[in-house]
Every structure is written in structure tokens, then in C-alpha cells.
Design a protein around this ligand. Structure first.
Ligand SMILES: Cc1cc2nc3c(=O)[nH]c(=O)nc-3n(C[C@H](O)[C@H](O)[C@H](O)COP(=O)(O)OP(=O)(O)OC[C@H]3O[C@@H](n4cnc5c(N)ncnc54)[C@H](O)[C@@H]3O)c2cc1C
Length: 210
């Protein structure tokens, strides 16, 4: 179902925005490294760029630790469209640069929630898959990738491929938790869960009575 809330913005195709060198860092602001930041608009941009050599994708940058060592870096937040939503199954299709904040802002008031959300919502879906993030319900729901039904990725050798738990599972498993080193992801089908409200029903038991 496409509604006016989910209408994609179409940028001109094959438009790579080459940026200047910028100082980049992580959540703790250390270390700071110079990088050339490039904005990509979609599959064709990714293909052209990967032919050029080393480049790591970047979402909203809240990595807790040192992962990014400088060099060239492609920003994914310019492809952040929610492409479709099925209100019967709760399946969301979105692009890699979509933030969890945007998904929650749109879907929680409509009664849907992502089964796995980490301690910050200021990350992208691409970053969530690349780090295969977890929440406090890890023992029950598993990691973020447990709720990814399928995704489109760009591989340097074979171009665009679709993968999921049962379709090209090796590629899927290498991508989830692959920290952007294997492929560039750009589109996902996620399954959301239905919720009664945005509030939590909580029961507290006193564990220790002297
Ligand atoms: C306050 C705070 C709390 C946090 N809590 C948790 C938590 O509870 N559980 C947990 O698991 N994590 C947690 N994290 C870590 C955070 O969820 C991850 O670091 C997440 O990957 C950041 O996503 P991002 O979109 O900002 O990507 P970035 O930090 O920019 O990138 C993360 C990695 O993903 C890769 N990547 C990004 N986009 C793509 C793409 N489109 N295709 C391929 N690779 C890509 C990058 O190359 C990089 O290796 C927390 C972080 C902070 C700062």
C-alpha cells in the first residue's frame, strides 16, 4: 500500500554528489578522521562508485567504537524513502538510509513497532543490518536480521542481488553483521509487529527479600 506518507522522492539518476574532505568521527567523537564524503542516489550510483575502488558506506554514524579509519565514505541517508507498507502483514519496504527514528515516528502512532530496536533510534536500517543490532529482548526475538525478510544488495562481482533467509542465504548471512565490508545494501523488506499502544505494561517483582 502506498499512501501520501510513503511517496518516494525521485532524484535524478546517476547523480553522485562528490563532497569535499570532511572530518568524521563516531559517537564518542574520537578519533576524528578526514574522509571524502560522497552522496549516492541509488543502484546505478553504487555500481559506478564501486568500480572506483575503496569506499565504506556510512549511515548516521553512532558507532560506539572505532571502526571507520578514514579514506572515502559514501553517505546513505540520501536514499531514505519508505517505499511501501502492507497494513495486513506489517511488511515495510524501505531504503537503506531510512532512520529507525523515521520508521518509529510514522508507524508507532499507527500501531506498529519494529521487533528489534537498539539503544538509539538515530541509526539507519543499513547500519542496523550491517551491525546486526540487538535489543534487550535478544533472547526472545534474536537480532535485527531475524526480522529482515529480504533485501537488495549490490555486490561488486554480480551486481544487484536479492537475498534473504531462504534466498541466497550465504550472501544474506555475510551481509548481516558484515559492517559494510561485503556489499552495499540499499533496499529492505522488514516485518513489523502490531502493538496496542506506545506504552509498556510492566510488572516488577522484588527478587531478593532478606
Ligand atoms: C547511544 C548508542 C546506543 C546503542 N545501543 C545499541 C544497542 O542497544 N544494541 C546494538 O546492537 N547496537 C547499539 N548501538 C550501536 C549502533 O546501533 C550501531 O553502531 C549501528 O550500526 C549504527 O548505525 P548507523 O546507521 O549510524 O551506521 P554507521 O555507524 O554509519 O555504520 C555502521 C556500520 O554499518 C555499515 N553500513 C551503514 N550503512 C550501510 C549500508 N547501506 N550497506 C552496508 N553497510 C552499511 C558501515 O559501513 C559501518 O560499518 C548503539 C549506539 C549508540 C551510539
Amino acid at each position: 500500500m502506498n499512501s501520501r506518507f510513503f511517496r518516494p522522492i525521485h532524484f535524478p539518476e546517476n547523480l553522485i554528489l562528490r563532497g569535499m574532505k570532511k572530518p568524521l568521527s563516531n559517537w564518542s567523537n574520537y578519533p576524528i578522521r578526514e574522509a571524502e564524503v560522497v552522496s549516492l542516489r541509488g543502484e546505478k550510483d553504487i555500481a559506478r562508485l564501486l568500480q572506483g575502488g575503496n569506499m565504506i558506506p556510512r549511515g548516521l554514524w553512532p558507532l560506539l567504537r572505532r571502526c571507520f579509519a578514514g579514506g572515502e565514505c559514501s553517505v546513505t541517508t540520501c536514499y531514505s524513502n519508505i517505499l511501501s507498507f502492507d497494513p495486513v502483514t506489517g511488511i515495510i519496504c524501505c531504503e537503506a538510509g531510512t532512520s529507525l527514528k523515521d520508521l518509529l515516528d510514522i508507524f508507532v502512532p499507527r500501531g506498529w513497532f519494529l521487533p528489534v530496536t537498539p539503544g538509539t533510534k538515530f541509526i539507519t536500517v543499513g547500519g542496523a543490518v550491517a551491525s546486526d543490532v540487538h535489543r534487550k529482548n535478544h533472547h526472545a526475538e534474536g537480532a535485527f536480521s531475524n526480522h529482515v525478510l529480504s533485501m537488495q544488495v549490490y555486490t561488486p562481482a554480480f551486481g544487484v542481488m536479492s537475498c534473504g533467509p531462504s534466498e541466497n542465504p550465504d550472501l544474506f548471512n555475510a551481509t548481516c553483521g558484515g559492517m559494510g565490508l561485503t556489499v552495499r545494501d540499499y533496499e529492505y523488506y522488514l516485518s513489523a509487529e502490531e502493538i496496542e499502544s506506545a506504552f509498556i505494561r510492566q510488572k516488577t517483582d522484588q527478587g531478593f527479600k532478606p
